[in-house]
Write a protein that binds this ligand. Structure first.
Ligand code: SIN
Length: 486
């Protein structure tokens, strides 16, 4: 039971074609609280037919939605943004109950989610086009931007609100109706956002939210010819599968996939900054983000001091349920996640790594993992090539800049990377050599609405946020006007 000021924000129904309803089959799925294992409620287990119906509702809404002015669409988005912020406490409580993250992080995520709604309300007004000089005096060529059409979004459990608004706000601003499938582990935040979107006054069918298991919904979303665009955040394995499935109907796709972020601390780094931002990057959401520092590479000269300071900060982390005062590390999402972290640590220990620091874990629940630091990590360990997705800081040692770059780039992923130096020349050299969609110097914070977010290599395709985010939902049409009389 989640205590809310507005209990109507908690709903166990899905939203399609302007109506709240169950799955046609009547089937449901239980959702639990990862901190306690208690069942929070159940959600409709939608199948392919439900998905088809939601897509049909979006398709029916498309002509009128695209015909609205950008200003009208922006007004609805602004209203939605205001409602999200007004209800931040309730939304954060729902998020913490189903996802586990500390309440302060949940509130931070709601603000982050709202920032995309506001940003794209504004960006929508700036969608233009251009006129190109033609090859003849009496010809003009207009390059026009149009909404790509019905869009679908498949979103993950680690950011139950922000990954939705980062996709759906640009879609809506561009004039595309959307069908959203949140993770079945964290559906209630999404449904609460849907309640607020309804209150904001979006027309019927413009926003649809369906819940259930990934396969039947994903299969229909990728096969359905009415769907022109798919955006997904999640693993590289699933992203590649969706990409293959979208090939038959040649859909536009955006994929924000796995990462294996290097965080490089050079000898000349400001260690206060490096330690504080390593903590922020590594332990946000208990290490369950695709941009978390996965490999902490530290140069010989400052290795021991850095490790000592990082160790103190890790020992001070407070493991607990997300709704308890002072908690900084909540539970992992489920037993499978805990097992993966355990196996990666075992593997590293077997290959010579050492646990230098381990924070207390007073919790009895099975999903709580004590944050720890491993030193002596090396390239042959599984955690050097796999995403840890848990509160484990793996420290590698390196000698010189070339070695650091080679280690950093030795991965099929290329989402984010971080480095710490006070040397301007090195700053440019390293930033240009790192193979990543996002590179951060002297900060661990790269997630913000105005900056493009996305990866290279097997970390994905396309960008979210920034000016680029709305382009993903726009088609370019070239209009040739010939024979103009002078
Ligand atoms: C993610 O982990 O998928 C997104 C993280 C972010 O937006 O910062």
């Amino acid at each position: 039971m989640i205590t809310l000021s507005d209990p109507s924000l908690f709903t166990e129904q899905v939203f399609m074609g302007g109506a709240w309803c169950g799955a046609r089959s009547g089937r449901t799925l239980d959702v639990d609280n990862p901190a306690t294992g208690e069942i929070i409620g159940s959600i409709p287990n939608c199948d392919g037919d439900d998905t088809k119906a939601a897509i049909a509702a979006a398709e029916a809404a498309f002509p009128a939605w695209r015909a609205r002015t950008a200003g009208e669409r922006a007004m609805l988005l602004e209203r939605w943004n205001a409602l999200v912020l007004e209800n931040i406490t309730d939304l954060a409580r729902i998020m913490t109950a189903e996802q586990g993250k500390p309440l302060a992080e949940s509130e931070g995520e709601i603000r982050y989610a709202a920032s995309f709604i506001k940003w794209f309300a504004e960006e929508g007004r700036r969608v233009g086009g251009r006129m190109v000089a033609g090859p003849e005096a009496n010809r003009r060529i207009l390059v026009m931007k149009e909404p790509v059409g019905v869009s679908v979004a498949i979103t993950p459990w680690n950011f139950p609100a922000a990954m939705i608004t980062r996709k759906c706000a640009p879609a809506l601003a561009a004039g595309c109706p959307i069908v959203i499938k949140p993770s079945e582990y964290t559906p209630y935040t999404a449904l609460a956002l849907g309640k607020l979107a309804e209150r904001a006054g979006f027309p019927t069918g413009v926003i649809n939210i369906i819940t259930g298991k990934p396969h039947p919904i994903g299969d229909e979303m990728t096969a359905n010819t009415a769907v022109r665009k798919l955006s997904f955040t999640g693993s590289t394995k699933v992203g590649a599968l969706l990409m293959r499935q979208c090939a038959d109907t040649v859909k536009r796709i955006s994929l924000e996939l796995g990462g294996n972020a290097p965080l490089i601390v050079f000898d000349d780094a400001d260690l206060d900054v490096a330690v504080a931002s390593t903590m922020a990057s590594k332990f946000r959401n208990a290490g369950q983000t695709c941009v978390c520092a996965n490999r902490i590479l530290v140069q010989d000269g400052i290795h021991d001091e850095f490790v000592e300071r990082l160790g103190k900060a890790i020992a001070a982390l407070k493991v607990g349920p997300g709704d308890a005062l002072g908690t900084t590390i909540g539970p992992l999402i489920n037993a499978e996640a805990v097992e993966k972290v355990r196996a990666l640590v075992e593997d590293a220990l077997g290959l010579g790594a050492r646990i230098s620091v381990k924070a207390d874990n007073p919790m009895k629940g099975p999903n709580f993992v004590a944050p720890l630091m491993l030193t002596g990590a090396t390239a042959g360990m599984r955690l050097a090539s796999e995403e840890i997705f848990g509160p484990v800081a793996a420290v590698f040692r390196f000698g010189n800049e070339d070695e650091a770059i080679a280690l950093a780039n030795a991965t099929p992923y290329g989402l984010s990377s971080y480095f710490y130096t006070e040397d301007l020349h090195r700053a440019f050299r390293v930033a240009e050599r790192l193979e990543a969609g996002m590179v951060a110097l002297n900060t661990g914070a790269i997630s913000m609405e105005m900056a493009p977010f996305g990866g290279v290599k097997q970390s994905g395709l396309g960008r979210e946020g920034g000016e680029e985010g709305i382009e993903e939902y726009l088609e370019t049409k070239t209009f040739h006007i010939a024979g103009l009389k002078s």
